[in-house]
Structure formats: C-alpha cells, structure tokens
Write a protein that binds this ligand. Structure first.
Ligand code: ATP
Length: 287
C-alpha cells in the first residue's frame, strides 16, 4: 500500500502548552481513525496536516509534496480536502453558493466547469435536492454534508475530517458513516472522532493520541485486543476493576485486572482505547 502522508517530529506549542510533541505517523489509502481525549492534540494535528497552521518543528509530506516550501504547500493544498471542526458557514448562503465559494477558493476559475463540479459533489453527499436551500434552514446532519461536499471539491486524494459526526443523531451518524465509506474509496482519509464505534466500524487503522503524543498506532482489532482478558462480569463491583458499572441486565461490567477464574467478557474497541490511555498514564481510568 502506498504511503500518502508521512510525518516526523511534528511539534507545536501554544504558549506554555505543548499541543503536539514529536509526532510521527504514516497514513496510507483507506480510513484511519484518530482517537484521543479532549485536549489530546487531534485538531492541532489535523490543522497542521491541512496546512492551516505550520508546526514549530518537524516535517511531513503528502503524496511526496513538502509543504515546507511555497510550491509544495500549493501542491499539498491541491490534493487536500479539509472538513474543520467548526466549518465557517455563512448561514444566508445556499448550499450551492457556499460550495461554489469554496470551489472559487480552490482555483476552479471556469464558471461552467466549476458549477458542474459543485453539482457533482452535492450529489455525492445526497444534497442535490436541497442545493438551493439556505444553510440556516438545513438540519445539522445536512450542514455536515455541505461541509463534506466542500471538502470533496476538486476530488482530493487526502481527506482530513475533524469530528464530522459530532452532534449528529444515530440515524444521521449512520448516514454519514455510509458517506465516509463511499468517499473513502481510493482516498486517504484521516478521521478525528470521539466515537469509538465509528472507528470500530469504519477504519482500517487507528491512532490514539493523548497529551500531544501518539500512544497507539495499529488496526482496530489490535486496539481491541489490548483489552483481551481484561473485561469481566461480576455480581458486585470488583476491587481489581479500574472502571466498573452495573449494566442494565444487573451484573457489573469490570475493566482492569481480573481475579483468577473471572467470568471474562468480549472486549470492545472502547475498552482497548480506555486501557491504552490508562496503561500509558495518559488518562486515569482508575478512580
Ligand atoms: N489557539 C489555541 N491557543 C492556546 N491553546 C490552544 C489553542 N488551540 C488548542 N490549544 C491547546 O492545545 C491542546 C491541544 O488542543 P486540540 O484542540 O488540538 O485538542 P483536541 O484533541 O482536538 O481536543 P478536542 O477533542 O477537545 O477537540 C489543548 O491543551 C488546548 O487547550
């Protein structure tokens, strides 16, 4: 598999806060999930890779282009689609006008060709029917699809999606998952999310960040396997549990260090994620 993005030593400070600390990663075609607690540095990493902000130190390439040079930065931006955490919509714009505006910024100067492209990306996210509607009259899920359409203008090979499913109801989230799978075909997608389920269901790779560091890099199955033999059921909260709660069915579900002969349960990706944070001291699950 070709490596699309390769980064090393990425470091960025905001005053006294180290948001990224010597981050190295490689992304290849397919969908890579980026998990991490609040303040982990996910948005900062995405902004650096999207060339919205330069890192203080370190370097990266996108399809061999180095954004450290003006020509390289332009080349990277031409291969990139970015859905930021808070897309800055003008609420009075229609969906069409907004995506058209983004297309102008992306240097699509021929009006007829640009309009064809805007119609194409709006159709790709199933918004063809409402393209003339003002953004303020669209639902949250539709607005996220407008933002995705804007990211897809120009058919970018590398898509950076910052929490695209945040705030969506389960049905909209499922719909968005379908879209991400579809748009991820043949592209490299970096998807930041707090939804471990999104990662389990969509991603072929997962990166866990905390405190500006990469704490895990591997497949979702490998992250889940970190909790193998460490999730168990008991009638009362187990003293060896780093976290435990009574489930709706009545028994306790414990995560941590099980006693001998414990009634082990199948771990989820979320268990593996939480234990990875706890094991690396990044975020205490232990109370
Ligand atoms: N513009 C800024 N000025 C100062 N500090 C900032 C700025 N942006 C981010 N930070 C700090 O940098 C660290 C990383 O923030 P970042 O937004 O990248 O985290 P995140 O993983 O995306 O968090 P979340 O899941 O809450 O979106 C945090 O400590 C945050 O408070």
């Amino acid at each position: 598999m070709t490596v699309t993005v390769s980064a090393s030593g990425l470091t960025l400070r905001y005053g006294g806060t180290v948001a990224l600390d010597d981050v190295a990663l490689r992304l290849e075609e397919g969908i890579t999930g980026l998990l991490g607690p609040n303040g982990a540095g996910k948005t900062t990493l995405l902004r650096v890779l999207a060339t919205a902000v330069p890192a203080d130190r370190g370097a990266f390439t996108v399809l061999g282009h180095d954004p450290g040079t003006a020509a390289g930065r332009l080349a990277v931006r031409r291969t990139l689609g970015y859905l930021p955490q808070n897309p800055g919509f003008h609420p009075d714009f229609t969906a069409f006008a907004f995506v058209d505006y983004v297309a102008i910024l992306k240097e699509l100067t021929d009006r007829a060709a640009r309009h064809r492209e805007v119609r194409r990306v709006l159709a790709e996210v199933d918004l063809a029917d409402v393209r003339g509607r003002r953004i303020k009259r669209l639902s949250g899920g539709m607005r996220q699809r407008v933002a995705l359409a804007a990211a897809l203008v120009g058919d970018p090979r590398f898509l950076v999606l910052d929490e695209p499913t945040a705030g969506l109801d389960p049905e909209q989230r499922m719909r968005f998952r379908e879209l991400i799978t579809r748009t991820g075909e043949g592209r490299t997608v970096l998807l930041s999310t707090h939804q471990t389920e999104d990662v389990a269901m969509l991603c072929h790779r997962v990166i866990v960040m905390a405190g500006g560091h990469v704490r895990f890099e591997g497949t979702p199955a490998e992250l889940t396997a970190r909790a193998a033999g460490r999730v168990w059921s008991s009638a009362e909260r187990d003293p060896g549990a780093r976290a435990g709660w009574r489930t709706g069915a009545g028994a306790f579900r414990n995560v941590g260090d099980p006693p001998e002969g414990a009634d082990l349960l199948e771990p989820t990706l979320e268990d593996g994620y939480l234990l990875t944070l706890d094991d690396t001291g990044a975020q205490a699950v232990t109370r």
